[in-house]
Design a protein around this ligand. Structure first.
Ligand code: ARG
Length: 459
């Protein structure tokens, strides 16, 4: 049997394999709520513009609502031969309403319909990702406040660099998430133009009111060019790009949790709630959730790359290639949602091991820069020379296998005779972090104030 929605000129139905490659219903059925919302806006506009008689509009509206009820109740039977969600809804509408249902598709096409449905889905999803990112920021800011003075080693090249505080480290991620949220909001603002009424590609000869449908669906305005309306997937690409950057942030944090929870680092503890055991090694506590957050960034970035490649060779306007936008976009944004939730859970759960962190913060000559700064500040040495003197002292301490603070004053004075006792005050880790009071620096007072201000802003 030929397709009952478009099969007029077809004598027979598609080959089995044609149907299989062509059908999108398996994954676009999740657009049912958006599809019905779009159809309700469209039919109301057709009525208001005098394009459809009021009885047909009323019948179609009632029919669309019963289709919605059937889908919500799980009673709707999705059939592959109906290809996609648009034709599935319309076909069922026809069964319920009769021939009047055929008038719904006046002045539109599946091309503007699918673009509208996808934009509605992506828009809602961006809004909920933004909320989830805010939840994670809240959890991080709370932890930052609690651990504003908990010292830990700060790293560059994964070598101990200078001591920082655990709270400061948490707030670094709060800043990243703030930029992620900005990107979600930017993407949302830019996508918020309604393609409905662009029809197949050229617009329509019916006197439709695209401003009315745009407003009814919560868009700021209709899209301005009918070709662009149906050929554009920037909104998906941009959202996937924003999602990818956010996923990269989460992955870096996840990587830190994996490293920090190892027996060798032992910087933080995750409870039983966020770790798993090994079926063979009883001592193990694996940070699987963190590992999976790290891994899922792969499929999120993959979805972005995949869709960029799908789009790059397409002449205007619509091509069926664009049906491939869906699975990756759904999967990636859903994966990000799960990652944000898992990260929020882990942040609330984790306990830093303050003693281990303090010990690690002091090792590896992490306060060498403080010594160099002291030589500049107190003895007036040019920084380059201070760096050199400090290097000699680090060499001396490391030859003896001791910390800088364990060198005696005469030993210090061999490198620079004017060094006094006062130098020992800057060598401790606590002194080091407390002195970093420059704007954005790691001093506990700074961190406390920043955490407070985030907590207030996040509400
Ligand atoms: N299922 C299609 C998609 O997702 C809907 C649009 C079909 N348009 C067409 N001209 N065949 O892209």
């Amino acid at each position: 049997m030929s397709n009952r929605m478009w099969g007029g000129r077809f004598a027979s139905g598609p080959a089995e394999i044609m149907e299989e490659i062509n059908a999108s219903i398996g994954f676009d059925k999740r657009l049912a709520p958006q599809d019905i919302r779009g159809s309700l806006a469209h039919v109301a506009m057709l009525g208001a513009a005098g394009i459809l008689p009021a009885e047909d509009v009323a019948a179609i509206e009632a029919g669309l609502k019963s289709v919605r009820d059937e889908i919500e109740a799980g009673r709707f039977v999705f059939k592959r031969e109906l290809e996609d969600i648009h034709m599935s809804v319309e076909s069922r509408l026809t069964e319920i309403v009769g021939p009047a249902a055929g008038r719904l598709h006046t002045a539109r096409s599946r091309n503007d319909q699918v673009a509208t449905d996808m934009k509605l889905w992506v828009r809602d999803t961006l809004d909920s990702l933004d909320q989830q990112a805010a939840d994670l920021q809240r959890a991080l800011a709370d932890t930052a406040l609690k651990h504003a003075g908990t010292v830990m080693p700060g790293f560059t090249h994964l070598q101990s660099a200078q001591p920082v505080t655990f709270g400061h480290h948490c707030l670094a991620y709060v800043e990243m998430l703030a930029r992620d949220r900005g990107r979600f909001r930017d993407a949302r603002a830019r996508l918020n133009e309604c393609p409905l009424g662009a029809a197949a590609l050229a617009g329509t000869s019916f006197p439709i009111d695209r401003h009315a449908t745009a407003a009814a669906l919560g868009f700021d305005r209709p899209t301005a060019n009918s070709l662009d309306s149906v050929a554009d997937r920037d909104f998906a690409l941009e959202s996937l790009a924003a999602a990818s950057i956010c996923a990269v942030h989460l992955s870096r944090f996840a990587e830190e949790l994996v490293v920090w929870t190892s027996a060798q680092f032992n910087f933080v503890k995750l409870s039983d709630g966020y770790t798993t055991g090994s079926s063979i090694m009883p001592q193990k506590r694996n940070p699987d959730a963190a590992e999976l957050v790290r891994a899922k960034s792969g499929r999120i970035i993959g979805a972005l790359t995949g869709l960029l490649v799908v789009m790059k060779g397409l002449p205007l306007a619509y091509s069926k290639d664009m049906q491939e936008d869906k699975e990756g976009t759904f999967d990636a944004l859903q994966a990000l949602s799960l990652c944000l939730a898992a990260m929020t859970g882990m942040v609330k759960d984790l306990e830093p091991n303050a003693d281990v962190l303090a010990r690690a913060a002091g090792s590896g000559y992490a306060t060498a820069t403080d010594l160099a700064d002291w030589l500049v500040r107190e003895l007036g040495l040019p920084f380059r020379q201070a760096h050199h003197v400090t290097g000699r002292l680090v060499g001396a301490a490391s030859a003896k296998g001791v910390g800088l603070e364990e060198l005696s004053l005469p030993e210090m004075q061999e490198a620079e005779p004017r060094i006094t006792d006062a130098v020992y005050a800057v060598l401790g880790v606590a002194n080091s972090v407390a002195s970093r009071t420059s704007y954005g620096g790691t001093a506990p007072d700074n961190v406390r104030a920043q955490a407070q201000s985030w907590i207030e802003r996040l509400g």
